[in-house]
Design a protein around this ligand. Structure first.
Ligand SMILES: [Mg+2]
Ligand SMILES: [Zn+2]
Length: 221
């Protein structure tokens, strides 16, 4: 039997809403909404858009922004139980996030360690916040994802007989979902999976994810 591996998105999946949008709404730098709309309309690549958004915020606001992000984030119900379930079953869990290290890492700290945590990095040494991209697209992806989820899946699964389960909510999970054997999807991603005929199931809480994964594993045994 091929071994299940879980790839789970962070913003809007582990947390109930998108942390980058929450930060922008709160600190409201001029022009951020146009950039957000350009990203969503896929007029500019995600990496370019996210870089431009944070380049509007002064590095001196680091503490204030970090504190806000951590206090504001709500973890979706059942996540701690989900992590424990996977640990007990020996199923690897990789967090693949288009979020930024300064909020992703502290918000997830008490739930880890994970088999891997991939997200974008930040540099506060200049006048404005600079986003760094340690997990850029490989030669097979041309989307300028920033944190490239399909590239990470290819890297993790290389040479392995794995059953890849992607969990996510948005447009940034779609390319990963297309490569998955099974997808747990909500919101925009759920609609897209239906449209593309991707093998998926919807979810609301991580209790739903536990049930769905239990069933998938049973079916494959
Ligand atoms: Mg998301
Ligand atoms: Zn990519």
């Amino acid at each position: 039997m091929s071994k299940p591996i879980i790839y789970c998105d962070f913003d809007g999946t582990i947390t109930e809403s998108d942390n980058i949008i929450a930060i922008m709404k709160k600190f409201n730098p001029p022009g951020w909404e146009q950039i957000k709309d350009q990203i969503l309309a896929q007029e500019i690549p995600i990496s370019e858009g996210v870089g431009k958004l944070f380049a509007k915020l002064p590095s001196a606001m680091r503490e204030e922004i970090t504190r806000f992000a951590i206090e504001n984030a709500k973890i979706r119900e059942g996540f701690a139980e989900f992590v424990n379930y996977l640990r007990e079953e020996g199923i690897p869990l990789y967090i693949v996030s288009g979020g930024i290290d300064f909020f992703v890492i502290p918000i997830l700290e008490k739930y880890g360690p994970f088999d891997g945590l991939f997200c974008n990095h930040s540099d506060f040494s200049g006048e404005y916040i600079k986003i760094l991209w340690p997990h850029e697209c490989d030669s097979l992806c041309k989307n300028e994802c920033g944190c490239c989820k399909p590239s990470i899946i290819r890297k993790v699964t290389k040479g392995k007989d794995s059953y890849n389960i992607v969990i996510g909510d948005s447009v940034t999970d779609l390319e990963a979902a297309k490569q998955a054997d099974f997808v747990l999807a909500r919101d925009f991603l759920e609609a897209k999976c239906a449209e593309w005929g991707i093998h998926h199931q919807g979810f609301t809480t991580f209790y739903d994810c536990i049930e769905a994964i239990k069933n998938r594993i049973e079916v494959k045994k």
